[in-house]
Design a binder for this molecule. Structure first.
Ligand code: HEM
Length: 403
């Protein structure tokens, strides 16, 4: 089948909560699983099997965009190791080292602290019957959890929030498919320098005096006799610090929106909290915080038998894959009991989200505690990020009533 072309500049943003984008992708998907943007030359992939296949094939679809970013002399950027944008074989080494520190046991050990932090944040809202969920809860929660995971003082969480917001700013601004002119604003390099100084100091202290935290475990991790340098510990810690916060904030907001418009789902969750994990996976499928994954074609990649010039951007639409009828029957229906639910919202293959277990636990606790604490929850004034790449709530007022 020939790959069709379209004008990618007409892709709707996520400003309305994703409805227009989902409708656009559905229409295109019905016609073909592969499209080429006639303006930028980038390819767009819309089917589930095709998206999964690309994420599973780092040999032909590279995550390494480093040659598009001018080499920085700023230490914070120079030393930053973004796991998500490294190809094998280097990726394997770094990922295995971080994995040694990020074990299921470590994550399970965080549960009681996460519950305590959640209670503390909600306790601070006692007496209010209306508040913005994002500022008061969904944004500080992942910042504190990330700080505790890395083993740095939780009081510094507002620094973490700012760093993550500035560092992920690009995800909100870059036009789709235009990867050939990536520039890094000064505010971003300044942020990375601050993060580097802070995390290098922590790494230095943990080398002298190890503790039970991720940074100490990364310092101790070893593969084939190789250990991480302090600069690498900084780079990987920064990748975790940035990777998880904004998407987690967005997911919590999206979960409340999903509940707000579905009284039956809210009633079912209140009656049976064991449905919460399935509800969150369905929220991730239906409203994926990360809407698409970027790759660059390499080593003679092909799409549907058509050769793709090395270096061409290939945009895999997770949002479209997640609603492909061939994999998800009644894909436009939000079904909290959907099983199986093999959505691609955490990616797939070697770059599968490292933080998924942390996020699953954190969001399960958060939703359970919100439902326990408030007998009624009403969503008002929902405001969405307006971007091509992130789908989710920027602010949302909750009007709550205690039992
Ligand atoms: C709702 C929350 C989250 C979503 C939707 C999400 C989504 C994703 C996706 C789609 C990828 C793969 C990107 C690609 O293949 O191009 C990814 C990778 C990654 N995520 Fe997450 N993430 C979330 C939370 C977190 C958290 C809480 C952390 C850290 C504690 C985290 C850390 C990472 C890291 C380090 C990677 C890179 C892994 C690698 O390349 O090997 N994420 N995430």
């Amino acid at each position: 089948m020939a790959i069709k072309t379209f004008d990618g500049t007409k892709i709707p943003t996520t400003a309305d909560g994703g409805a227009a984008l989902a409708a656009f992708l559905r229409e295109k998907r019905a016609d073909s699983h592969f499209w080429q943007d006639e303006v930028t030359g980038a390819y767009h992939v819309l089917g589930y099997a095709q998206t999964r296949g690309i994420l599973h094939d780092p040999t032909h679809f590279s995550s390494d965009f480093s040659h598009l970013v001018p080499e920085s002399t700023e230490p914070g950027l120079r030393d930053h190791v973004n796991l998500g944008t490294i190809d094998p074989p280097k990726h394997r080494k770094y990922r295995s080292l971080v994995n040694q520190a990020f074990t299921p046991k470590v994550i399970a050990g965080m549960e009681s602290r996460m519950a305590a932090v959640t209670d503390r944040l909600l306790g601070a809202l006692d007496g209010l019957d209306e508040f913005d969920l994002v500022t008061n809860f969904a944004s500080p929660l992942p910042a504190i959890v990330t700080a505790e995971l890395l083993g740095v003082p939780a009081e510094d969480h507002s620094l973490f929030r700012t760093w993550a917001q500035v560092a992920t700013g690009g995800a909100f601004d870059n036009p789709i498919g235009e990867l050939n002119e990536v520039t890094v604003p000064e505010s971003v390099s300044e942020t990375f320098n601050q993060m580097r100084e802070y995390l290098l100091e922590v790494a230095k202290e943990r080398r002298k005096d190890p503790r039970n935290d991720l940074i100490s475990r990364m310092i101790a991790a070893e593969i084939d006799g190789e250990r991480l340098s302090d600069a690498e510990v900084y780079g990987l810690a920064a990748s975790i610090l940035i990777g998880g916060q904004v998407s987690t904030t967005v997911l919590l907001g999206n979960a409340l929106v999903a509940l707000g418009g579905r009284p039956d789902a809210e009633r079912d969750l209140r009656a049976d909290p064991s449905l919460i994990p399935g509800f969150l996976d369905e929220t991730l499928r239906y409203y994926p915080p990360v809407v698409f994954a970027y790759r660059l074609a390499k080593n003679g990649a092909e799409l549907d038998g058509t050769p793709v010039t090395d270096g061409t951007p290939v945009i895999s639409w997770v949002m479209s894959a997640n609603r492909d009828e061939a994999t998800f029957p009644h894909s436009e229906t939000f079904d909290l009991r959907r099983d199986p639910n093999p959505h691609l919202s955490f990616g797939h293959g070697i770059h599968y989200c490292l933080g998924a277990p942390v996020l699953r636990m954190e969001s399960r606790i958060a939703v359970a505690k919100l439902l326990e604490r408030y007998a009624t929850i009403e969503c008002r004034n929902v405001d969405y990020h307006e971007t091509p790449g992130v789908l989710g709530v920027r602010s949302i007022d909750l009007v709550v009533g205690r039992a």
